[in-house]
Design a protein around this ligand. Sequence first.
Ligand code: NDP
Length: 334
Amino acid sequence: MRWALVGASTIASQHMIRAIRAQAGGEVARVVSGSRDRAEAYAVEHGIPAYGADLTEALADPTIEAVYISTTNEKHLPQALAAIAAGKHVLCEKPLAMTVADAAAMVRAAGEAGVTFATNHHLRCSGSHRAVRALIREGRVGKVLSVRVFHAVHLPENLQGWRINSVAEGGGVIPDITVHDADVVRFLLDEDPISVVAQATSSGMGQGVEDSAMSVWAMPSGAMVMSHESFTHPFAGSGLEVHGTQGSIFASGVMTQKPVGEIELVDAAGRHAIPFDVHDLYITGVAEFEAAVRGEGQPAATGIDGVKSLAVAAAVREAAETGARVTINYGGTT
Ligand code: NDP
C-alpha cells in the first residue's frame, strides 16, 4: 500500500515509517509538513521520495491509498476530513480530535465516504494486552471486580514541547495518556465506562496543562477501574492489574511502545507466569489496518474506539476541573 505521512513527527520517525515499510509492498511515498523545509529535511532523513507543505497537492496524488496523520492534536480534524474527502483511507493518531463531537464527525465522514478510518491505539496490538484479554475471556479470573492501570512515566526531554505547555495543540497528560488507558480498559473488559471521578495536577512539568491525573471509573458490569497517568515519574514503572473472584492478573512493564513486560496470574492453584507474543505493536497495527482496507476484518482500534477513548479522557478532565462525578458522553456512538 502506498502511504502519505501527514506530520513530520517523532512517532512516525521512531515507529510508523518502519511499520509501514514492514508490510508487503508497504511504501512511504510522501510526507506533508507545515513547513516545506522541514518536510524536505524529514524526507531526506527517511528516504521518502516526495515531500511538501501542501496537503491538497498530496491528496490529489491518485497513487496514494492511505494517509497516516500524526500532527499535533488540533490538526487531526481538518487533515482527516480532507483526506477522507479525497477518498483516502486514514489511520489517525490519538486523541482523534480536540472534542468528542469532532472525533465523531470524522468517523461519520469516513463512513459516508466508504473509506477505512482507524485510531492508532497501539497497546491493543501488543501480545501482552492480548494475552491479558484472553485470560479474562477464558474466565481465568472469574468475574472481574477491579482494574488498576499504572501509566505514570517520565516524558522524554525531546517530547517536552507542546504536550506540556500548549492547550491549543492538545497538550496535557489526559489527552496524551488517559486516552490510551481508556482504550486498554475498554479492550480488556469489552465494556464502556459509565462515569468518572478524577483529580489532576501539575507536578513540575506541566505549564498551563495537567501533567498528572488519577481517576476512578464505574463500569456497567459493576467493576471499578483506577487509572493513573503522569509525565513526571522517572522510576514508577508501568503496568496493569485485573482482579477477579477467581484470580488476579499482574502485568508489569506493559504500558509501553515496546513488546516487553511480564504477566503473572495468581489463583488458588498458585502463581503462573503467562507467556505472550513479542511482535512489534506498530507493525501489527498497520497490518490489521491494511487488512481492514482489503475487507478482512476491522482495524485493531476503529474510529469509534478513538471517539470512545477521547470521551473517557474528556470526562476525566471535566471531573478533575469541576470536582464532580461526570457521566461520559460518547457523542452518539454506540
Ligand atoms: P511531535 O512533536 O514529534 O510532532 C508533532 C508535530 O510537531 C509534527 O507534525 C511537526 O509538524 C512538529 N515537529 C516535530 N518535531 C519538530 C521539530 N524538531 N521542529 C519543528 N517542528 C517539529 O509529536 P509526536 O510524534 O510525539 O506526536 C504526534 C501525534 O502522535 C500526537 O497526536 C500524539 O498524541 C500521537 N502519538 C501517538 C503515539 C502512539 O503510540 N499511538 C505515541 C506518540 C505520539 P509538521 O508536521 O508541521 O512539520
